[in-house]
Design a binder for this molecule. Structure first.
Ligand code: ADP
Ligand code: MG
Length: 402
């Protein structure tokens, strides 16, 4: 006990590595946005007619995660609202992140949220869909001004509710005489739009803008700006920014990942009591983030996938080479009888293997065995140091004892 109080005392007295940690919050808006002038200007051009009470085209913005989509649209919303205030013509801009739970996980909740933004409360449940839309369209109409509705991570909404909700929202303009609404949808998922109902699709993407991944040099610029606020001079060892950017640009240029990498590295450094963030801390941070990412995915898999994954992990611990579908299936069936799960067919198990492959947790390669048909070679794609902790996670979740 005494030791702990000593620890806290000296912790408080020690100087922090950070001068301002708030630049690492997800709500932080940087003062300058690097390397996105083209995209921001395009968005502004498309939405500007709203300032003359003309309905702008609907706009679909897509690009991989961490390419600055959310940041850029928020910036444009801020500026266009300021411009509208200056000219005296009111516009209403509503930003919704569809990934948020309890905001957009059902059609009803989304409509309730939107209606609330426009001053109409819906009961928490109970109204039939038609009625909900009637209230909403009414609320839109009564705004008597142009509306900009921004649906961020719109793919998450459609995944949860289907595309009829978009179809219905897009109808608002036919239902309202006094207001109009332009929709901006943003998505990290590039193929989602191809699976939409063609009418909805063409309506949402009257205009499209793509956000390409950043390259390593662009990520460096983004990092430098934040680092200059976050740390005192000289805290970062020579080359850390370059290393961080190189890591983040390896898969695709993801600014979020780069910023997280620096933060985690600095936290690890601080924990060891040093005042210097070194290249080694970047490596450790990269490992830690990857570990957390994997255990997150594993913990959130459905039971069946966990069961299949457990079989793969068990096999991988006892051997070095590839595993084959047949033996994984055998082990999996055994496990099913232990846990009381109903075994899937071998075909469905193959589908699950493909999913796990997509998540990057395994590598599954189809190989031909000549006249014996085809099978898959499976490799576990988890760092060896993590396999045991992953196994523990799975054991707990599946409630089995070895
Ligand atoms: N060009 C940029 N300049 C400064 N910071 C950026 C830039 N692009 C992205 N960021 C930062 O990177 C993180 C991810 O950006 P975000 O806009 O959320 O990406 P997306 O919405 O495309 O996934 C945020 O913290 C954001 O502030
Ligand atoms: Mg985003």
């Amino acid at each position: 006990m005494a030791e702990l109080s000593e620890f806290f005392k000296s912790y408080v007295q020690k100087e922090s590595i950070f001068t301002d940690k708030s630049v690492f919050l997800s709500s932080y808006l940087p003062e300058t946005i690097h390397h996105r002038d083209t995209q921001i200007n395009q968005i502004a051009q498309i939405l500007a007619p709203i300032l003359r009470k003309e309905k702008p085209s609907n706009l679909f913005i897509y690009g991989k995660t961490g390419t600055g989509k959310t940041l850029s649209i928020k910036h444009v919303i801020k500026e266009i609202t300021a411009a509208s205030n200056e000219t005296g013509l009111q516009i209403r801009a509503v930003y919704i992140n569809c990934k948020l739970k309890r905001v957009a996980d059902t059609e009803y909740r989304l409509l309730a949220q939107l209606s609330r933004e426009f001053g109409k409360e819906l009961p928490s449940t109970g109204l039939p869909t038609d009625e909900v839309y009637r209230v909403f369209f009414n609320a839109v109409d009564q705004q008597e001004c142009p509306i900009l509705l921004v649906l961020d991570e719109i793919d998450q909404l459609i995944k949860k509710t289907g595309d009829s909700v978009l179809y219905n929202l897009l109808r608002a303009n036919d239902e309202s005489a006094k207001s109009f609404m332009a929709i901006v949808g943003l998505s990290n998922d590039m193929v989602f739009i191809d699976n939409l109902d063609p009418r909805v699709r063409s309506s949402l993407s009257e205009e499209e803008i793509i956000f390409p991944p950043y390259n390593a040099f662009q990520i460096q610029d983004i990092l430098k700006q934040r680092i200059s606020i976050a740390f005192k001079e000289g805290v970062l060892e020579q080359g850390t920014i370059e290393k961080c950017s190189a890591y983040s640009a390896r898969e695709h240029g993801d600014a979020r990942r780069a910023i997280e990498l620096i933060r985690v590295a600095a936290e690890l450094a601080e924990r060891t009591g040093t005042q210097k963030v070194t290249l080694k801390h970047i490596d450790q941070a990269e490992e830690k983030i990857e570990r957390d990412r994997i255990s997150d995915i594993v913990a959130n898999q459905p039971k069946q996938s966990q069961c299949i994954l457990y079989s793969i992990v068990s096999l991988s611990i006892t051997r070095k080479g590839p595993m084959f579908t047949g033996e994984i299936y055998g082990l999996y069936r055994n496990l099913c009888s232990k846990t009381g799960l109903r075994p899937l067919t071998q075909r469905r198990v193959s589908d699950v293997l493909s999913e796990l492959d997509l998540f990057g947790i395994i590598n599954a390669k189809i190989i031909s065995k000549g006249r014996y048909g085809r099978t898959r070679e499976v490799f576990l794609n988890i760092p060896e140091v993590s396999t045991h902790s992953i196994k523990e996670t799975l054991l707990k979740s599946l409630d089995i004892r070895e």
